[in-house]
Structures are given as structure tokens and as C-alpha cells.
Design a protein around this ligand. Structure first.
Ligand code: CTP
Length: 479
């Protein structure tokens, strides 16, 4: 008897909650969060009759409190609707949800029927923090959110993996399930990450659909080349990696928001180590991962710049939307930097080897009982050469100072010696974990003084630096 009453109460509560959520334009989960939040703050609850309808923009992440050099530009990615298609790459979409959320996005998920053969709505929903949607004719989801609202309440729709079938349906304007109905009912930008067997990708029908989708303004990321899930299959058809999809999403969102302060500017970035050969199989190198330089190139591209990234040998993917020039040695790097000039801004983040072997052995050196006497000569200082140039010098030349002691003093000395405008200094002592790690604590050294930024991810350092670059270049253009 008692349990029946509780059940009835439970049902009534759920019904009331669904009603409130629908009136307030929220999902049920969001409504519960709002109610709990108000309760915690001791505020009055919303009555169903007076509840204000939430503005769509209120779902976006607001600006973080401004801190010196802190990642004020973090909320680049806002509300993403992720449509997961039915392919083996669907497992990567779960990681994609995490990556998007890491960047401050709210993510909603739709799984096609086929997608549910590969991943479950439960796992996608758990990662999103709200239930995943699956059915066009599900009375609960239509009442709770509805396919039109799903389409409308997104700043970007990402389809990953986009199967050949989903692409065909979208190109043909079909709308026979929730995913395709949402895609047809939206004016929101759409990003597709195709994934399929190489033969399906190459098929004239898929290529025809691809051309149609591109003509319709749909943006495509990938597919890449490599091994397929099917044993022995290789070719073009692998879904782009989650981080590549996130970077493309960020580019699109910024473009849509008109948030590209470096539009029309050309930025040259060096990144990674250089390898200086000793003989055909050995070389002198350093521990630079290229993460910071690559992040700066990506952030500059996201801010609308034309970016030329000249990078030494690294094990990280090339950033999206930049022209990449691969080099090995300091001499090649210098040559390519010269070729990339003129530029509005040059950022020298590479850990260029200071020395090279004057005459690398033409054959593999053999042991002789004594170590070989290597004659080292100094490489050209690329940063100093460009910074001290009179003609066609970039308006802003930025160097890095990776130090293990006396960080400020060495950086100030480098600024003066090399003649650049700014130095980004950091402590790379092994205990900091900066070399090869994902976080960095930097100090921006200019002729006006030193500004110490909080420890943050290398991506965040890059965004904050790019913001400063845009402000400086635009100030110069206006003066
Ligand atoms: N740099 C460069 N070309 C070189 C050496 C360094 O462009 N041949 C640039 C780096 O990309 C970085 C800055 O100079 O932006 C400082 O690099 P760093 O190795 O710290 O400076 P060095 O001049 O080599 O000073 P030291 O090694 O004596 O600290």
C-alpha cells in the first residue's frame, strides 16, 4: 500500500518535472540541476506559471573571470549536437564527447539505430551528462526536447562517424529518423567526419554525395588514410581523430561568431626540435615535443590568420587549417622561414639546435675504441636574424626562452640580445614537467616588463598569446 503511494507520488513528480522542463525550455536533467541549484542557494522555486523562457544564448558558457594571461578565450566551443552514425569508429565518438567537454562545450547526443549496434545510448548519455536521443517518435523525448529544439539549440552539429548511408540521406534530403530529421530541420552549421571502408569512400555515389554536401555548405573533416578495422584493409576512410574534429569545430564556431581578430594577417610559427646529423643514422636532438608551437599555430589559425608552421621532427598531429612545412635541421628551418617571409608576426617556438656537426660522416661511424671527435659549429640564430632585419621585418617578432635557471634574467637578456619584441619565458627544469607535458607556466617578457601567467594548458597559453598578438597587431594597424 505504502509502496503504491510512493510510486504514485513518484509518477506525479516526474510528470510535474517534465512539464516544468518543457515550459522552461530545458531538459529534465537540466531542470533538476536548476532546482537543486536554487535550493542550495536558498532561492524560491520557479512556479510553472511565471517561469521565464530561457534564451538560447544562456546555454552558452559565459566568459571566465579575467585574469592576467589566463585563458580568457576558453569558451570557443559552445553547444554541440553530436550525431553518432553506425560504424566501428563510433567508439571514437565517445572520446570526442570528452574532448569537446574538456573545451567547455555542452554536448547533446543522437545515436542512429545502427550506431546503437556499436555504442550504447547509456554510455553516450553518461559522458554528455544528459540522456542520449535515439527515436524520432519517442513521445518522451518529443515532449522533453523535440527534434526541432534539438536542431535549434545547437551552435554546431557534428556528425561522427558520418557513414556512407548518412551522407547519402543528408545529400538527398531524407528525414526518416531522428538524426536525418534534425539535420534537415536546421540552419546550424554542420560538420561531418566521414568514416567508412575505402571502397565505399571511393565509390562514385559517395563522391557525388560528398560534392553535393560541400556545395550545400556542409564542412567535412577527414577521412584519413590508414589501416581499417577490417583486417588487411587499408586506404582512405578512417575517421579524423577526435582532437582534429574539435579543432575544426572551433574554427567553424569562431568563423560563425565573427571572432577572428587575425583575419588578413600572416603568421609564421616554428615548432619542435631540429635534428642535426652526425652520420646517416645518428643525430643530435633535444626533448622538445612541439606541443606549444603547434598549439600557437592552431590558435592563430582559429583566430583567422593565414599560418605557416615550419616544424622539426615531432610525434604529434599537424594542426588543422595551417600550412605545414616539415624540416629536419636548423639550416632547413632557416631556409623555410626565409621563404615564408614577409609576415605580420613571427613566433619562434622551435627548440633549434644551437650546433651542428661541421662534417657529418657520409657512412655510419664505426667504433674505434675511442669516441669520435665531433667538430661542432654554431647554427644561424633564426630569431635574431629575422628580428634584427631592417627591411621586411615582421611587425611583431616573438621568441621563446626555455631556461633551467635564472628564468627572468636570462629571458630579459635574450630579448635585448636578439632584438625581438617579446620573449615567452618558461622554466623547463625536469621537475616542472613542461618538456613534453601538456601544461606550461610562462612569463611574457617585453621591454615594458615581465608578466607572469598562471600555470595552464599549452592550448590555453597559445590562445592567450594569440589574443595578445591580435591586440598588438590591430593596435599597430590603427595607429
Ligand atoms: N632560436 C632560433 N635559432 C637558433 C637558436 C634559437 O631561432 N639557432 C630561437 C628559439 O626558437 C627561441 C629563442 O631563439 O625562440 C631562444 O632559444 P634558446 O635556445 O633559449 O636561446 P639560445 O640563443 O640558444 O640561448 P642559450 O641556449 O644560450 O640559452
Amino acid at each position: 500500500m505504502a509502496s503504491l503511494t510512493v510510486r504514485k507520488l513518484d509518477e506525479a513528480l516526474k510528470k510535474r518535472l517534465r512539464l516544468l522542463a518543457a515550459r522552461n525550455g530545458r531538459s529534465v536533467e537540466e531542470e533538476i540541476r536548476q532546482i537543486l541549484g536554487r535550493a542550495a542557494r536558498g532561492e524560491q522555486g520557479e512556479s510553472a506559471g511565471t517561469a521565464p523562457v530561457r534564451q538560447a544564448s544562456a546555454r552558452g558558457i559565459g566568459p571566465l573571470p579575467a585574469r592576467h594571461g589566463a585563458d580568457e578565450a576558453a569558451p570557443d566551443i559552445k553547444r554541440i549536437l553530436l550525431i553518432i552514425g553506425g560504424g566501428i569508429a563510433a567508439y571514437k565518438s565517445l572520446d570526442l564527447i570528452r574532448r569537446l567537454k574538456e573545451r567547455g562545450a555542452t554536448v547533446r547526443c543522437i545515436l542512429t539505430k545502427a550506431a546503437q549496434e556499436f555504442v550504447t545510448p547509456l554510455s553516450a548519455g553518461a559522458l554528455c551528462g544528459e540522456r542520449a536521443f535515439t527515436d524520432l517518435f519517442d513521445p518522451l523525448s518529443e515532449f522533453d526536447v523535440g527534434h526541432i529544439r534539438l536542431a535549434r539549440e545547437a551552435d554546431l552539429i557534428v556528425v561522427a562517424p558520418a557513414t556512407a548511408d548518412l551522407m547519402a540521406k543528408l545529400a538527398g534530403g531524407h528525414a526518416d529518423d531522428l538524426a536525418t530529421a534534425v539535420l534537415l530541420a536546421t540552419a546550424t552549421p554542420i560538420l561531418l567526419a566521414p568514416a567508412m571502408n575505402p571502397r565505399m569512400w571511393e565509390h562514385p555515389a559517395t563522391q557525388r554525395n560528398l560534392a553535393q554536401l560541400s556545395a550545400d555548405g556542409v564542412v567535412i573533416v577527414g577521412p584519413g588514410e590508414g589501416e581499417m578495422a577490417e583486417i588487411g584493409e587499408a586506404g582512405v576512410g578512417r575517421m579524423a581523430e577526435p582532437l582534429e574534429i574539435v579543432a575544426t569545430a572551433e574554427l567553424l564556431l569562431r568563423k560563425a561568431a565573427g571572432d577572428q581578430p587575425l583575419t588578413g594577417k600572416r603568421v609564421v610559427v616554428t615548432s619542435g626540435p631540429t635534428h642535426e646529423p652526425i652520420d646517416p643514422v645518428r643525430y643530435i636532438a633535444n626533448r622538445s615535443s612541439g606541443k606549444q608551437g603547434h598549439a600557437i599555430a592552431a590558435a592563430a589559425a582559429a583566430a583567422g590568420a593565414e599560418v605557416i608552421l615550419i616544424r622539426g621532427p615531432v610525434n604529434i598531429p599537424d594542426p588543422v587549417g595551417v600550412s605545414v612545412v616539415k624540416v629536419e635541421t636548423a639550416r632547413e628551418m632557416f631556409e623555410q622561414v626565409e621563404r615564408a617571409m614577409p609576415a605580420d608576426c613571427a613566433v619562434f617556438a622551435a627548440a633549434v639546435a644551437d650546433w651542428r656537426v661541421s662534417a657529418p660522416g657520409p657512412e655510419k661511424l664505426k667504433k674505434t675504441g675511442r669516441g669520435p671527435a665531433l667538430n661542432l659549429v654554431e647554427n644561424t640564430d633564426i630569431l635574431a636574424t629575422i628580428a634584427q632585419r631592417k627591411a621586411k621585418r615582421p611587425a611583431l617578432v616573438i621568441g621563446f626562452a626555455a631556461e633551467t635557471e635564472k628564468v627572468f634574467a636570462n629571458a630579459k637578456d635574450k630579448l635585448r640580445r636578439k632584438g625581438c619584441d617579446w620573449i615567452v619565458a618558461n622554466d623547463v627544469s625536469p621537475e616542472t614537467g613542461v618538456m613534453g607535458g601538456d601544461r606550461n607556466r610562462v612569463h611574457l617578457v617585453t621591454t615594458e616588463g615581465v608578466e607572469s601567467w598562471p600555470a595552464q594548458t599549452k592550448d590555453a597559453v597559445a590562445r592567450a598569446l594569440v589574443k595578445r598578438i591580435a591586440a598588438a597587431l590591430n593596435k599597430e594597424a590603427n595607429s
